[in-house]
Design a binder for this molecule. Structure first.
Ligand code: IMP
Ligand code: MG
Length: 178
């Protein structure tokens, strides 16, 4: 098994990301009633989302969006919204929290979908970025790690729904699954 990122590497990166996000929120909040909305893109971002928001000191509201785009390790290029958010994001600072940006097609769809609701600021934060496979032009405002074009699992990321519960990130190898 090829471990790509250990629990320690992930947690220390999350602390850095949370700090820069807090700095941004302090500078961009209009007033005390302007509470930012953090949206977890299910299911892959569950651990990243919970660890990240535990390190954020500003008041925030959380919500969840579920999309589907993958079957196995190849994209179907057919991004569907399976669960909508429930909070009104009009005029709000909104952070989309993703596990990984690969082709960028999932985020492109999510951004178009959420922009219709007129958030004041829309920021993207992703734990992982695979820039070499990009098809849609996406700006990842806050990113944890750039990784090579390999299929990775663990810490929320799955292969056919498996391996999400492993606390670190490793490269998935077809022959020898762990
Ligand atoms: P994109 O639309 O190609 O950018 O893919 C984004 C989604 O595909 C992510 O939110 C993941 O759910 C999934 N994905 C992309 N690459 C990987 C990977 O290496 N491991 C697990 N899931 C992945
Ligand atoms: Mg995902």
């Amino acid at each position: 098994m090829k471990v790509l990122l250990t629990e320690n590497q992930i947690q220390s990166k999350i602390k850095e990301l949370a700090k820069s996000i807090d700095d941004f929120l302090l500078k961009n909040k209009k007033n005390e009633n302007d509470i930012p909305v953090f949206i977890s893109v299910l299911t892959g971002s569950i651990f990243f989302f919970s660890d990240l928001i535990k390190n954020i000191k500003s008041d925030i509201i959380v919500d969840y969006l579920k999309v589907s785009s993958y079957s196995g390790d190849t994209t179907t290029y057919n991004v569907k919204i399976l669960k909508d958010i429930e909070i009104d994001i009009n005029d709000k600072i909104v952070f989309i929290i993703e596990d990984i940006v690969d082709t960028g097609l999932t985020l492109k769809k999510i951004i178009e979908f959420l922009k219709d609701r007129k958030p004041r600021i829309l920021k993207i934060c992703s734990l992982l970025d695979k820039p070499s496979k990009r098809l849609a032009k996406i700006k990842v405002d806050y990113k944890g790690f750039e990784i090579p074009p390999e299929f990775v699992v663990g810490y929320g990321l799955d292969y056919n729904e498996l391996y999400r519960n492993i606390p670190y990130i490793f490269v998935y190898e077809q022959q020898n699954s762990k």
